[in-house]
Design a protein. Structure first.
Lengths: 146, 129, 662
């Protein structure tokens, strides 16, 4: 292992609900609106399917940022899912901030199926934020680091 | 980068305007109170910046005929703001001179009773630093 | 251990140009469980699907990953291909390396790396997939159409003609919508009422169509094939069965000061009213806010003069609950409010009107009985100015960013009609672009210029200044002559932008149909599924989906009807098997999941459990898989982790997270 500092390439996990945000991401793609390759999207049926455990797991495995996207409040395909998600994430993120995972590393964003531009802008600004925060050092399972 | 291009970029930067958003509707020229005094008309400011012909813009009569009333800025449906563009061109001239174009002390001499009040106000707003 | 096949699609050059597809296939073989990997030009083609089928059979695959476009595009295709080859369709996962990778990244190395990671996540997920079997649900053979304008009427007639029951819910007292307010229609100048009223009569006389006017949708529950809808029938204060439509009550009503909605507030109507002469049903309603009886308790004249005894002040709102298999939204549009556009002096002068108001002025049943006159003093105008794109194509927050599509054509129509009837009136149109794509549209516009001498000026108007002499000074620009124009006009007509009916947001929320930033309902696919909402069982008709003229609206109404008929014709629908399930060993019957379930799909049963040799009866959550839509809210709410979602299980998502963070 060299002592030289490796170039920081963040790992960013994005949870996108199938009905709005995943479609928004598809629209960003078909409109060729670029955002950094550091973002990897996981499709979930609804933002309320995102268990806080998944986010903790991501940080444990070395993620530098986690973003969750859902339908706009009131527009959830399942009527109320994103309201639950919003409450859960508010609690989780304040707890994460308390234990040292800065608030900038976690984000909830509402992106509709028609908002390809917003999706790309959101991802660009989120990645930029992660770059400014640097590598995440909290919560990581040290056995995961090479 | 050519100097023309550099100046065009500078104008965009100072004004914060993206001239490519213009859809050429002409509402700016339709709103302009000093339209008849101008050689280059407000809607043309935009295309002069797009075509990077800053030289003509800087040497135009319009540069000093614009009242900065911002009627065009207010009414532009595309957020292109021709008034801000000409304002930025004026800034370039002022910067090249290396000083404020107007000093507060010079104003009484220049004062013309015919001069619209608004021009004075906007001159102060812009040049009294 | 699964035996997984990985299929990497080139998508022509769409993927292959930025992702090294053979490298991705090569890397796949290093993943656990992968026994087969190949890349091919078009996986979705017949040849590509044949390759998949061959691999499934030869290599005895138990799961597969396709690295291709979005699952929203071709997941169904590949699932069907897998099923034909004998693999359970739910053992197929898609790694989206087109929309989420090749199309947004330019660097080949970076994109390939990301594609590999996305593929790994999909492989990790498939490793934990289990075969699933879809259930069945029944289809209620009845359709609901929300909105009774031309779009709703046409959709209802088409569905009813196919033999299915249709209900139309219309908010106002009569069907007919915006089209009933128009005078003439472009490009053939038919009288609007003459072509609309036969349709209205056909709908109301159709034995399969039931019309609820003065009613609103209050609540929607259920899902495709089995919606339950509450409709609020607002109190009409007139008995629909008794009323003969004689109209005496309207004549005698002493309260005649309410602004007429039908005439866009240009004149007034009585408190008991039918919006227009051809209204269907021809039964008046009492506007309780304007009615003297309801305000003061004294009057009751309409009840006295009604020979049929139909007036009923005691009538109350009524809620009707119905079941439907399909719902068509046809809520239409309105013109935008002009309070933000003070430069056009709309609020300052009565002679500045919108185009829709001009329709009423030109109409024989309108406030001026069809005479073109100034609304301020009733004088005949000599000089009329039309201003285009008022509020359309605006990127600021005052207007709408889109083109309203119909204004160029109706302005040409208005200009032509005025020049035809009043040849001494000068008509000037200020335009930015004249957009006339459509059959016989450009010819129509050219006729306005060449035959009728309408003066088109390329340029926008900056300001309209009301003059002390009652005229309007229009200050505009002529971009072709490069001059500023000052013109004295007697009337100014604003081609006001159209926007979706403001109620559509409420309705979209009830239907969980998605809506865009301009409040237009989103279609399932912009090109290939333009009349369906992404929410199954919801169809879109007319301007609620985007600006349209009448022929387009009617065409789309028919298309929406066909889609609805296609759904209603089925006896049973396959349900999504990705539903929640509770682990009987972990569930402790705490009722948390029941509270978060939006579908009421969770109930509790006492069940015999064998927990490590201990036999006991426990209260356990049971999910009704016909009701469960698979959102997963319960899985996160469950404190003991007993609830899990099939197809998106905790272990599967964690495996994906792990693969991405590896």
């Amino acid at each position: 292992m060299s002592l030289e500092k490796k170039e920081f390439k963040p790992k960013i996990v994005a949870f996108c609900c199938n009905w709005c945000s995943y479609a928004g991401a598809d629209l960003a793609g078909s409109s060729r609106l670029t955002y950094p390759a550091d973002v990897k999207i996981i499709r979930v049926p609804c933002s309320c399917r995102v268990n806080p455990m998944f986010i903790l797991r991501a940080f444990e495995k070395g993620a530098d940022g986690v973003i969750m996207c859902g339908c706009h409040p009131g527009d959830c395909h399942y009527s109320t899912g994103n309201f639950y998600a919003r409450r859960r994430m508010t609690l989780l993120f304040s707890m994460l901030d308390y234990i040292g995972v800065e608030n900038g590393r976690t984000r909830v964003e509402w992106v509709s199926a028609a908002e390809g531009v917003k999706f790309s802008e959101t991802m660009n600004s989120f990645v930029e934020k992660i770059y400014s925060l640097g590598e995440n050092v909290r919560l990581g399972d040290l056995r995961c680091k090479s | 980068m050519s100097s023309e291009k550099k100046q065009a970029e500078l104008i965009k930067e100072i004004s914060g305007v993206n001239p490519l958003k213009c859809m050429k509707c002409g509402k700016c020229s339709a709103s302009c109170p000093s339209y008849n005094e101008m050689d280059i008309k407000p809607h043309q400011f935009v295309s002069y910046v797009i075509n990077e012909d800053i030289e003509s813009l800087v040497n135009s009569k319009s540069l000093w005929k614009c009242l900065s009333c911002f009627a065009c800025v207010e009414r532009c449906p595309r957020d292109v703001k021709p008034g801000k563009l000409i304002d930025a061109a004026r800034q370039i001239v002022v910067r090249q001179k290396g000083q404020n174009y107007l000093l507060a002390d010079e104003i009484p001499e220049l004062l013309d009773p015919e001069l619209p009040q608004q021009l004075l106000v906007s001159a102060f707003r812009r040049y009294r630093r | 251990m699964q035996r997984i096949g990985v299929f990497v699609c080139h998508c022509g050059s769409n993927i292959a140009a930025t992702v090294d597809v053979s490298k991705v296939a090569e890397m796949a073989l290093m993943e656990p469980g992968v026994v087969h990997a190949e890349d091919y030009q078009y996986m979705c083609s017949e040849a590509g699907q044949a390759k998949i089928a061959a691999a499934i059979q030869e290599k005895n695959l138990t799961g597969m990953v396709v690295c291709s476009c979005s699952p929203r595009m071709h997941e169904a295709t590949f699932r069907k291909a897998a099923e034909r080859a004998g693999l359970n369709p739910y053992m197929v996962e898609i790694a989206n390396i087109r929309e989420h990778c090749s199309w947004i990244h330019k660097d080949v190395e970076e994109a390939t790396k990301k594609a590999v990671i996305l593929m790994r996540a999909a492989i990790a997920k498939v490793n934990l997939n289990a075969p699933l079997q879809p259930g069945e649900s029944r289809v209620t053979k009845r359709a609901l159409v929300i909105g009774g304008g031309i779009a709703g009427i046409q959709t209802a007639i088409d569905i009813a003609d196919a033999g299915y029951e249709v209900d139309i819910v219309e908010k106002t007292p009569s069907i007919g919508g915006r089209m009933s307010q128009l005078d003439k229609t472009f490009p053939t100048l038919d009288c609007s009422a003459c072509i609309l009223t036969p349709k209205m009569v056909e709908a109301s006389a159709h034995e399969k169509i039931n019309i609820y006017t003065y009613s609103e949708v209050e609540k929607v529950s259920g899902f495709v094939g089995d919606f339950t809808v509450d409709i609020r029938k607002k109190a009409r204060s007139v008995d629909m069965d008794k009323c003969t439509g004689c109209g005496v009550c309207q004549e005698k009503c002493p309260s005649k000061k309410a602004p007429s909605e039908f005439n866009r507030g240009l004149n007034t109507r009585s408190a008991i009213y039918t919006p227009f002469a051809q209204a269907i049903p021809n039964v008046p309603v009492i506007d309780r806010e304007a009615c003297i009886k309801f305000k003061t308790g004294k009057c009751g004249l309409c009840a006295k003069v009604c020979q049929a005894g139909a007036v009923d002040y005691e009538q109350k709102d009524e809620i009707v609950t119905e079941k439907y298999g399909a719902i068509v939204v046809a809520t239409g549009f309105d013109t935008i409010k002009l309070d933000q556009y003070d430069e056009y002096a709309y609020s300052q002068s009565k002679d500045v009107i919108t185009s829709l108001e001009l329709e009423r002025v030109m109409n024989a049943a309108g406030p001026t009985h069809g005479h073109l006159e100034r609304l301020s003093d009733g004088k005949a105008p000599k000089e009329i100015v039309f201003i285009q794109c008022v509020g359309s194509r605006c990127s600021d927050d005052r207007g709408k960013p889109y083109c309203s599509k119909i204004c160029c054509m109706y302005t040409a129509k208005h200009a032509m009609l005025i020049r035809d009837k009043y040849p001494d009136v000068n008509v000037t149109v200020f335009y930015i672009d004249v957009r006339t794509p459509g059959k016989n549209f450009d010819e129509f516009y050219r006729r306005a210029v060449e035959q009728y001498g309408v003066n088109y000026i390329k340029g926008q108007v900056g300001k309209v200044i009301p003059q002390p002499n009652g005229k309007l000074l229009v200050q505009g620009s002529d971009l072709l002559d490069n001059k500023q124009i000052l013109k004295e006009a007697d009337m100014v007509v604003l081609a006001t932008a159209i926007e979706p009916n403001p109620d559509v947001r409420k309705i979209a929320t009830m239907l969980t149909a998605s809506i865009d930033t301009n409040n237009f309902l989103t279609e399932a696919h912009a090109k290939l599924r333009p009349v369906e909402s992404p929410t199954a069982g919801i169809f879109l008709s007319g301007v609620c989906q985007g600006p349209k003229d009448i022929p387009e609206t009617v065409a789309q109404a028919g298309a929406a009807a066909v889609k609805a008929i296609g759904l209603l014709a089925k006896d049973k629908l396959l349900t999504n098997p990705c539903t929640a399930q509770s682990d009987i060993l972990l569930c402790n019957g705490c009722s948390t999941c029941e509270n978060v379930c939006p579908y009421g799909a969770i109930t509790y049963e006492d069940k015999e459990v064998n927990d490590h040799g201990i036999r006991e009866t426990r209260r356990i959550a049971v999910v009704n898989s016909a009701l469960c839509q698979g959102c997963g809210a319960c899985t996160v709410a469950c404190p003991s982790g007993a609830m899990d979602l099939q197809g998106f299980s905790n272990r599967q998502i964690i495996a994906e997270v792990d693969a991405i963070c590896r």
